[in-house]
Design a protein around this ligand. Structure first.
Ligand SMILES: [Zn+2]
Length: 898
């Protein structure tokens, strides 16, 4: 699953962090005894066993097959359903407990004997069926009929109204992860209860209905409707079920005996060409990598123009927010291609890792998401090496390490109490730390051994369930290395290792002591932790040194006295490095001899140490001075992130103007080289660097940039062809940010007119970025209408707060209209939205307000999100108090020198 991410020029500020603990005594650890030591470390988690898998449903009744019949009514937004479930009863029982939410049950019977009592428990999301006499052990059939609701908020079965060339249309689709299958049919809605599914659905005759499997047959069903029966799925978890239906069209390509389809609103199928070609390439790649051919006869990629912002890996029928899948060469920027590839790769990797082999419970959701995130980068490196996906994605790891340094972090593997807590687990720790850990493990084992382990794992657990211990077991068997002992420290405890490097000279020879601490922020008394850190190194201009497994501390020889040494070679490892002053000075002097990944990781670590209060802001700024004009996108990104974060902390301060002038002084030289228009033979990344720089410089008040953006936007309105697709996002954003009444009205009219979802998102984002408070208030009022799909409303409000810089206006609006917004946007709104919106504030008073904001604390998942946001606001507040004066001072001296 992937959630909505705003376009890169709108991405705000990531926050890193800090503090530390004393580490262990020096011990020079040779490899052999170290391995023996690690092999002895006991693992907490056992391999998969059904009976001991967490969850709320009794494990003594197990479904094996669902025959489902659904008849949605798109006008009344209800559906009627019936099901026959084959169940295995392990021991005699007079009660069946299964999941159901917002479902009214009309009849329930086992082998023809009606239930004597049907009790729905809304809080537990269960239904208990009581029978007059016990059901004997053995195989039975449960028959039920029921009705349910089609909602507007993207969970369970939902509807989307969208604009089409011939008027407004309505379609339905489903989104069930982690636990919303129970909104469509009563069932055993926990991932370890795998079963086969055979769906029949009644829909309007003109509709195309898509589910996990191909259509088995269709027949007229009276009136204007038809009944569509789908083939039976393989054994799978209930959260992978899918149903989409509407005025849709499908284009297909056949490869390796599998039909790949792109399904989109009628008239848009041609925009699925890039997705279709990409999926064909990826299917070949994954079939080979996993050693098991994709097991279903078809795979559909379904574009849904609302309902949710990301994508979901339903087996055989992946759903995507429309603009994440479709590509229109006339209006889409090149960046969209990379995004589409990445999201398809992620969801297709899940067809094996997640769908074929599934984590037994949500405490191991990282197995799904960390792996799919890793595979999306790996497959991109294999099929599009020129994109440099690992390098350009280094910000994701930086963001995860920031979150992982805070007190509210959590282990990758964590107990999950219920459904709302499972939702909260879909965070950057699960995705990005999981991804980084798998990369580090692959690097440590070697590509071949790692892949052999993966193939064995797939073969052994196909159609089954696993825990993390099963994966480590397979990798260990394939590599002969103690994977579990190393990896468990990263999955079973939260936190980031900090490697502290200190150099000494013995005559002409340099020796470096390495020790580890826990890297934290805003946490005066963190739990001490220890890892086996695979510490790699490179010397500028020299080859790689050996990798040391750092347990407590060690000392290594490192060339001649004063030689620059960079640890975490190529930024593969999940740890930070702190160098002593002399080592950092040597590295800074020779930074241009480092590769781009090493430059980016050095600057990322340096900034993080500033955030931790372990280094003065000047150490970071001195490094930035050396990198002015560096045209590597990943390096520039590591400079822009801290600058935009500081700019956010400067909101409302008189020192902001000077800081923005400094930001312009840092970034302008590079932009002047790259310019507004593409050079004939420029590197591919310059296209993306250009739009990023324009957005940031415009945000930093670069008048020339803003004026030119306005001019280009005005020209675009008269002649759309005058503005290249590459620049449309950033130019439209700046036009919106600096919009007067006329420009605002133009943007809104464009947003209302287009039937292209990507354009729609672009125009409404620009509208929401307006700095003019009167216009911002008008934008917020849109959130109370039915103008946009409900799932885009949160984005609209968030952008008013962040891009428009109207956080008070947005927050007051949300408080004043809380009940209306919550009713429109469903249960996730209250759990996530207020707490996330509040992170636009950076002061203790608003942190306190969040702590007292009762709706955010109503569920366990809501409390998790609120605690994280509280921590983040307080971290910002403390950083502002402790470090901003030094930042201001440095900027004053630097700009005075100019
Ligand atoms: Zn995913």
């Amino acid at each position: 699953m992937i959630w909505f991410r705003p376009p890169s020029h709108l991405r705000r500020v990531f926050r890193a962090s800090l503090v530390a603990l004393r580490a262990a005594a020096l011990a020079c650890l040779a490899t052999a005894p170290l391995l023996a030591l690690m092999a002895n470390r006991a693992l907490a988690e056992p391999v998969f066993a059904f009976a001991s898998t967490p969850g709320k449903l009794p494990k003594t009744v197990v479904p094996t097959h669902y025959a489902l019949d659904l008849a949605p009514d798109l006008d009344k937004l209800t559906f009627a359903g019936s099901e026959v479930v084959d169940i295995d009863v392990m021991e005699p029982t007079a009660r069946l407990v299964l999941n159901a939410v917002d479902i009214a049950i009309a009849t329930a019977a086992v082998d023809g004997d009606a239930a004597s009592e049907v009790v729905l428990d809304a809080a537990a999301q269960t239904v208990t069926l009581a029978f007059p006499r016990p059901i004997a052990a053995g195989r039975h059939q449960l028959r039920m009929s029921f009705t349910g609701r089609i909602n507007r908020f993207g969970r369970g079965l939902f509807m989307v109204d969208y604009p089409a060339a011939d008027g407004r249309k309505r379609m339905i689709s489903s989104h069930l992860e982690p636990a919303d299958a129970r909104r469509i049919f009563p069932g055993w809605d926990e991932p370890a209860f795998k079963a086969t599914f055979a769906l029949t659905v009644t829909v309007p005759q003109a509709f195309l209905a898509v589910s996990n499997m191909p259509v088995a047959h269709e027949e007229p069903a009276g009136g204007e409707t038809k009944r569509v029966a789908f083939q039976t799925t393989p054994r799978m978890s209930s959260y992978l079920f899918v149903l989409s239906a509407g005025d849709l069209e499908r284009t297909t390509a056949d490869t390796g005996g599998v039909t790949i389809g792109v399904v989109a609103a009628r008239g848009k199928a041609a925009q699925g060409r890039y997705a279709l070609d990409t999926a064909v390439d990826l299917l070949r790649y994954f079939n080979d990598y996993f050693g098991i051919a994709y097991p279903l006869p078809k795979l559909d990629l379904i574009a849904v123009p609302g309902g949710f912002g990301g994508a979901m890996e339903n087996w055989g029928g992946i759903t995507f927010f429309e603009s994440r899948l479709l590509f229109d060469p006339a209006t889409s920027a090149g960046e969209a291609r990379r995004g589409i590839f990445n999201i398809i790769a992620h969801e297709m990797a899940h067809q094996w890792f997640g769908d074929l082999v599934t984590m037994a419970w949500w405490d191991n959701i990282w197995l799904n998401e960390g792996f799919a995130s890793w595979m999306q980068a790996k497959s991109a490196e294999a099929l599009h090496p020129d994109w440099q996906t690992w390098l350009n994605g280094s910000g994701f790891k930086q963001a995860a390490m920031s979150e992982d340094a805070r007190r509210t972090t959590h282990p990758i593997q964590q107990p999950i109490a219920n459904e709302t807590a499972a939702m909260a687990a879909f965070d950057s720790i699960t995705y990005a730390k999981g991804q980084a850990l798998i990369r580090m493990v692959e690097n440590y084992l070697g590509e071949e051994a790692f892949r052999a382990g993966m193939r064995a794992y797939m073969k052994q657990h196909a159609y089954g369930s696993t825990t993390t211990a099963d994966l480590w077991g397979a990798l260990q068997a394939a590599s002969g290395k103690p994977v579990a002992a190393i990896a468990a420290a990263y999955t079973e405890q939260g936190g980031v290792p900090l490697v502290v490097a200190q150099a000494t000279c013995a005559g002409d020879a340099q020796r470096i002591t390495l020790r580890q601490e826990r890297f934290t922020i805003h946490d005066p008394a963190p739990t001490p932790q220890r890892w086996q850190v695979p510490v790699s190194r490179s010397a500028p201009g020299g080859g790689p040194g050996e990798t040391v497994l750092l347990d407590g501390a060690t000392e290594i020889a490192a060339g001649r006295c004063g030689d620059a040494v960079k640890f975490n070679r190529d930024d593969v490892g999940y740890y930070r490095v702190q160098y002593d002053a002399a080592m950092l000075a040597a590295l800074t002097r020779s930074i241009h001899k480092l590769g781009p990944a090493d430059r980016a990781s050095l600057i990322g670590d340096t900034w993080a140490l500033v955030e931790a209060g372990r280094a003065a802001p000047a150490t970071f700024f001195d490094l930035v001075e050396r990198l002015i004009g560096d045209d590597n996108r990943a390096v520039t990104d590591q400079i822009i992130r801290p600058l935009t974060r500081i700019d956010h902390l400067q909101w409302g301060r008189p020192e902001r103007a000077a800081f923005q002038a400094y930001g312009r002084a840092v970034l302008r030289p590079l932009f002047d080289r790259i310019g507004w228009d593409a050079a004939a033979a420029e590197p591919a990344d310059h296209v993306l660097l250009r739009t990023r720089l324009i957005g940031v410089l415009g945000g930093f008040g670069d008048d020339a940039i803003v004026t030119e953006a306005k001019r280009r936007f005005a020209a675009f309105v008269n002649d759309p062809a005058s503005l290249s697709p590459e620049l449309r996002g950033t130019v439209t954003y700046l036009a919106g940010r600096h919009a007067d009444r006329a420009t605002y009205d133009t943007l809104l009219a464009l947003g209302r007119k287009t039937i292209n979802t990507a354009e729609r998102v672009r125009y409404y984002s620009a509208v929401a970025s307006a700095r003019d408070p009167a216009l911002a208030a008008e934008t917020l009022a849109i959130a109370l209408t039915d103008e946009l799909p409900t799932t885009l409303l949160g984005t609209l409000i968030s952008q008013v707060a962040s891009q428009g810089e109207h956080r008070d206006l947005a927050w007051n609006f949300v408080k004043a209209n809380f009940a209306t917004l919550a009713a429109k946007q469903g249960p996730s709104f209250q759990n996530n939205f207020p707490a996330n919106l509040m992170t636009n504030f950076t002061d203790a008073a608003h942190a306190a307000e969040l702590a007292d904001f009762a709706p955010a604390h109503a569920t366990p998942g809501g409390r998790i999100v609120a605690a994280r946001s509280y921590e983040r606001i307080m971290t910002d507040a403390d950083f502002s108090a402790q470090q901003l004066p030094a930042v201001d001072e440095w900027v004053k001296r630097r700009m005075g020198r100019q």
